[in-house]
Design a protein around this ligand. Sequence first.
Ligand code: HEM
Ligand code: HEM
Length: 228
Amino acid sequence: MNKNALVRLTVDFFMSALMILLMAYQVAGETAHEVLGTAVGVLFIVHAFLNRRWFSSFYKGRFTLLRALQNTFIILVLLDTLVVMITGVMISGTVFAFLNITWGVGIARALHLCSSYWALVLMSVHVGLHWSMVTGMARSVFGLRAPHPARVWTLRLLALAWAGYGAWAFDHLQVWPFLTLQMQFAFFDDAGDAMVLFRWASVMVLFVVAACWTGRAAQALLRRQQGR
Ligand code: HEM
Ligand code: HEM
């Protein structure tokens, strides 16, 4: 078993699961949100450390359209993460309350809301653009062989249906008004906890699927150009 891939997959899984829990603020509650928010911050650092070669080889190798997309989204994810974390610490009422920050708290709250919604979108796109790495690692950890085409298409159709529900959830959870700073007050979904979590996971799936296919289209374009 490939231990390195297992560690990466485990970190990826917990980061994704925590992102869903953090977005569903009403499910976790304030104290748990702050503790889990701090924990995901630590996981981001571990994840960046595990991928440190990306930083050192930034200018090396060939720049394809897919690589340009991947790099752009990593930089956006990195910048947005910094905003979410810094504003989270500033508005913290429990974990970082001892810092007693009073300056700029109003702006920090509005920025925290907006940047956390962007974090969900950007990180999902980031995962979708690296989907072939995820499946490659999953194969090496679980010793899976290339699946039968019928199974691949069944999974693709299921992912598409889930992404379709994600498009509905995107609208229902009012993600767009939060992304564009039109909404600055908390949104409360009156569904049960499990449903709220499922809806946030579906928004994530929507962007993972869209980015995964955009990445594949970029690769196909490159192959076509090379074939000429
Ligand atoms: C929910 C949060 C995130 C998830 C689920 C996620 C997922 C992934 C996945 C699946 C990969 C492929 C390799 C691997 O699994 O290690 C990857 C690569 C990478 N991620 Fe993330 N990531 C997240 C957040 C971040 C953040 C905050 C950064 C900021 C530094 C980041 C930087 C990178 C880098 C530099 C790579 C290497 C890319 C490459 O070699 O092409 N990720 N990420
Ligand atoms: C990636 C990490 C994080 C994400 C995605 C995130 C997401 C969110 C979201 C979506 C809300 C709005 C909840 C609502 O009222 O509907 C929120 C509020 C809040 N977050 Fe975070 N958060 C993160 C990290 C943190 C951290 C590290 C802290 C502090 C330790 C923190 C502290 C807070 C506080 C105090 C509120 C309540 C703001 C208010 O009074 O309206 N968050 N967060």
